[in-house]
Design a protein around this ligand. Structure first.
Ligand code: MG
Length: 252
């Protein structure tokens, strides 16, 4: 199943993709819900980020290929950082190139969407706390990340968290192809088989530190091939079984 969140007039609703159409969902996809009777056409609505996280937990350096590319030893445990909820961006939305940066990078990632409140969850139980998966771009001001030494500022500008286009509930997160396109050209191409820490380990690890709420996301890290974007570029993250998350870079 693929859940989408969308705006129709002034109403914000959830729906389920049904071929070309969206069937409206009644209730709360993170609680009690049921399929509605109504469908809408995609051109009649504005697609929104599929959830509104209270926080995005992000994992750095979680692909074997990326660790090799950076010539860094494999981490002993996940390296965790946060993006604030204020950085959320919708599918088709604009990513702002900050005036104070000279090196804005894309990072294609699989994002885990938490389905129910999780605290101190064991890896063996973690799947029960996951609603599904979506595409994320962990937009990064690489120069600021490096000069600051810690990552908050370089990762947290408004618009630095594009998510979407849907929450797919039935993919295999251990075997999902992911690609990043910059102006139509493939820049990153990998598969989540190459993840160092799997999704269950990441939910367990993060939930030992902080309570994960329904709608929170965990960005699982990016594969090899990260690189710069310029104002005017079109960037797309594509994950098999989920879809394509497209954004445009504009002057901030
Ligand atoms: Mg990242």
């Amino acid at each position: 199943m693929k859940f989408v969140r969308f705006q129709q007039g002034s109403a914000v609703r959830y729906g389920v993709l049904e071929g070309e159409n969206i069937r409206i969902v009644e209730g709360d996809i993170f609680g009690q819900w049921a399929m509605g009777n109504q469908t809408v056409k995609p051109d009649a609505i504005k697609l929104l980020a599929p959830c509104v996280p209270s926080k995005a937990v992000c994992i750095g350096l979680n692909y074997h290929g990326h660790a090799k590319e950076m010539k860094i030893d494999l981490p002993q445990e996940p390296l965790m950082f946060l993006k604030p909820s204020s950085s959320l961006t919708h599918p088709g939305g604009e990513v702002e190139y900050p005036a104070i940066s000279r090196n804005l990078h894309f990072e294609a990632e699989l994002a885990i969407v938490i389905g129910k409140q999780a605290r101190k969850v064991a890896a063996a139980d973690a799947r029960g706390y996951i609603l599904g998966y979506t595409c994320a771009n962990d937009v990064t001001a690489r120069d600021i990340q490096k000069s600051d030494g810690q990552w908050t500022r370089g990762k947290s500008f408004d618009t630095f968290l594009p998510l979407g286009p849907c929450i797919a509930t039935d993919i295999d997160p251990d075997n999902t192809d992911l690609k990043l396109y910059l102006n139509g050209e493939v820049k990153q191409a990998s598969n989540t088989r190459d993840l160092i820490f799997k999704v269950e380990e990441l939910v367990a690890f993060a939930s030992q530190v902080m309570t994960l709420y329904p709608g929170d996301v965990i960005l699982t890290g990016t594969p090899a091939g990260v690189g710069p974007m310029q104002v005017g570029d079109k960037v797309a993250v594509e994950l098999a079984g989920i879809g394509r998350l497209e954004n445009t870079i504009v002057k901030g």
